[in-house]
Design a protein around this ligand. Structure first.
Ligand SMILES: [Fe+2]
Ligand SMILES: [Fe+2]
Length: 271
């Protein structure tokens, strides 16, 4: 098993459970010290996401509105949309490891650990979705996360945009979703809330890892970490816009400074 080639095989595997099985075999061998990421490797730029056979992909702007959360279908649709983010996140974490050869071992340790977390998140939500009577692929999805990842192909941009911007945005949106479900307060909602709370807590660590390697890339490139929003804006125009709600406490745990938080939020922030 060769590190980068095997990751390419896992990334391009189109069936979720086959991908997970291949990843777990690979990760066990990596943790046992049997696969080492050495040598130069030229990664591919992928033109379509690995879920294109499983899900109907539509532009994010034309995604139909999900139904009310008080219905079974509305809840399933919500779970499906988070499940799809988790599935996309498996590939994102694997792509971080796959795309950049010659990095310290700690870099690969970090992103493979994140991939394992994302697999767990996916399986946890998939079980709930099945209980609600739907499989993965039941609702249309967008490929925004994949598209952005394949437009951020140098380490500095990738770390700024994917874990430190997109995943950090997830820290802001999860509490709002949890609040909506709390208003429904039935048995299914309680179960979804419990899963989302576990995910929210673990995502802080993913953003923190992104922060760590963003700062590392800044040092290597001689770029100031203060240029974070300018780097993100190049890929995602409008990234500096103020948000209605920012999860200040989780963002601070994940490495954001109050100066950064104030760019996107007027909520109080104390260092
Ligand atoms: Fe996740
Ligand atoms: Fe994550």
């Amino acid at each position: 098993m060769e590190f980068f080639h095997t990751l390419e095989t896992i990334l391009t595997t189109e069936t979720p459970h086959e991908k997970i099985k291949k990843f777990r075999d690979f990760y066990a061998a990596y943790q046992a010290g049997n696969i080492k990421p050495h040598g130069d490797f030229t990664p591919k730029v992928f033109t379509r996401p690995s879920f294109h056979e499983v899900c109907e992909i539509v532009p994010a702007t034309t995604l139909p509105k999900r139904g009310s959360l008080s219905t079974q279908k509305g809840k399933a649709w919500l779970v499906h949309s988070v499940l799809h983010i988790e599935y996309s996140a498996i590939d994102l974490a694997l792509d971080h490891a796959y795309r950049f050869s010659g990095m310290p071992k700690a870099y690969y340790d970090d992103w493979l650990e994140v991939a394992e977390d994302e697999v767990r998140h996916f399986l946890m939500l998939e079980e709930i979705l099945h209980e609600l009577g739907y499989p993965y692929g039941s609702f249309p999805v967008h490929s925004f996360l994949f598209d952005v990842s394949q437009r951020s192909l140098d380490l500095l941009t990738r770390m700024a945009v994917v874990p430190r911007y997109l995943e950090a945005s997830g820290l802001d949106s999860s509490p709002l979703v949890i609040q909506k479900l709390q208003r429904i307060a039935d048995k299914e909602s309680q179960k979804i809330i419990a899963a989302l709370e576990v995910i929210l807590e673990e995502e802080i660590d993913h953003v923190r890892k992104g922060d760590r390697w963003f700062v590392w890339a800044c040092e290597k490139e001689g770029v100031s970490p203060e240029s974070y929003f300018d780097i993100v804006e190049k890929i995602l125009p409008g990234a500096k816009k103020q948000k209605a709600y920012v999860n200040v406490a989780s963002r601070k745990k994940a490495g954001f400074s109050c100066d950064e938080i104030r760019v996107i939020s007027s909520q109080p922030c104390e260092e």
